[in-house]
Design a protein around this ligand. Structure first.
Ligand SMILES: [Zn+2]
Length: 403
């Protein structure tokens, strides 16, 4: 099918600005040309004349297994793998309908993320383009240890537990064997897991290096969940591609990231949501207190990362408590409140995220040769980023899902 999208305003992701009256030609799921002036004959016109058109959005940190309920982390000890598969598909479909044509899953049980990705790619069901981790690599007692009671065996959990460089290599090989696009590493404890430490490094440098070397040897990226200084520094020294959260990075950690060119996916949403809704919903005190600790320096850190030129990509951690699939565009407003210019937040969710995932030859901008992943909103997001929560047009691979 030959279609031309007549765009009132089109976001040029590389230039971080909108251009008026652009025509985007789409054939067989790909963008073949972008031009202004009269529309060529023989193409079916899709009129987006009153809209602000953007490249398909990328959420570079989601959890398809989690649905935003207050205690969804407890699901890992309660739900079956088939249950997870169905729930996860529904969640990523909500992401697509909100304009997120590509999502990066940051850790899922029993390769449910891989199963959904494959079914979508085979055309057996519909959903966003998925970039997946499978289960995250975690030490015993770490952030992806599902913490089953000692009398229950942990055959499947959120994490692959590994406690030496050899075990880390084996876990990484296992994750890639069954379809992980990247290796996700739990480099420090987390807010939502009891008993681990958000600051202390979870893995040793040798363990981290074993994982990074393995990923590099296969041309894969590494994603390290890390909240505080020491955990971040060790991950950066090991050479990870991207730090997730980086809530409590200190000056030395920021400088190390800048020098190494380490990416950051900040995910401001969960910290803010848990603090706002957690106490009333009855989340345990230890969890709310951990959240209070990491939130304090998060927004100011994001601003510092930006000012230092540390590359930033958009991610929301959606699925975590009160952080719902399909509503995650709230993150745009939080980034802006933290001091990131509006156009930069749009670049973070398009070209930046695509570069971080090494997918910028396919997605992240509306340019000839790329896949036709295109979304639109009804008002100028530069003037008011809340419009990003109301995406009114969604195209993925040239197919219209919302109009
Ligand atoms: Zn996460």
């Amino acid at each position: 099918m030959k279609q031309v999208l007549k765009c009132g305003q089109l976001f040029l992701a590389r230039e971080k600005r909108f251009a008026a009256d652009q025509n985007v030609y789409v054939e067989d799921g790909r963008i073949t040309a972008v031009s202004s002036g009269p529309v060529q004959e023989g193409w079916e016109v899709v009129d987006l004349g009153g809209k602000y058109v953007l490249p398909g959005l990328i959420d570079a940190h989601i959890h398809c297994n989690l649905s935003g309920g207050p205690n969804d982390m407890l699901r890992f000890g309660q739900m079956s793998v088939p249950d997870f598969t169905v729930v996860s598909l529904v969640n990523v479909q909500a992401d697509l309908m909100a304009g997120f044509t590509t999502v990066r899953d940051e850790g899922a049980i029993a390769f449910t993320d891989v199963a959904i990705k494959n079914a979508i790619n085979r055309g057996e069901t519909w959903g966003p383009r998925m970039f997946v981790s499978g289960p995250a690599l975690s030490p015993t007692g770490g952030h992806a240890d599902t913490h089953f009671p000692p009398y229950m065996s942990q055959s499947e959990g959120l994490g692959l537990l590994c406690d030496s460089p050899d075990e880390c290599r084996a876990a990484g090989r296992y994750a890639m064997k069954y379809g992980a696009d990247q290796l996700k590493i739990m480099s420090t404890g987390g807010v939502m897991t009891k008993g681990d430490d958000v600051g202390a490094p979870a893995f040793t440098l040798e363990e981290l290096q074993a994982i990074v070397d393995l990923a590099n040897s296969r041309g894969r990226i590494t994603s390290a969940h890390a909240h505080a200084g020491d955990g971040i520094k060790l991950a950066v020294r090991a050479g990870v591609t991207v730090i997730e959260h980086a809530t409590m990075a200190d000056e030395e950690a920021r400088e190390m990231m800048r020098q190494a060119g380490t990416w950051v996916v900040p995910t401001l949403s969960p910290g803010v949501s848990i603090l706002r809704y957690g106490p009333e919903a009855g989340l345990p005190d230890w969890l709310v207190e951990k959240d209070r600790e990491v939130v304090q320096t998060h927004a100011s850190n994001v601003k510092k990362f930006f000012e230092m030129g540390i590359p930033l990509a958009f991610g929301t951690d959606c699925g975590t408590s009160f952080n719902y699939h399909g509503k995650q565009a709230y993150e745009f407003q939080l980034l802006h409140q933290a001091g990131i210019p509006a156009a930069e937040t749009l670049a973070m969710a398009t070209i930046n995220a695509a570069k971080m995932m090494r997918m910028d030859d396919k997605v992240g901008s509306v340019e000839a040769g790329k896949l036709a992943d295109i979304v639109a909103v009804d008002a100028d997001p530069i003037a008011d980023l809340s419009v990003m929560m109301h995406v009114s047009f969604v195209m993925k691979d040239g197919k219209i899902y919302k109009q």
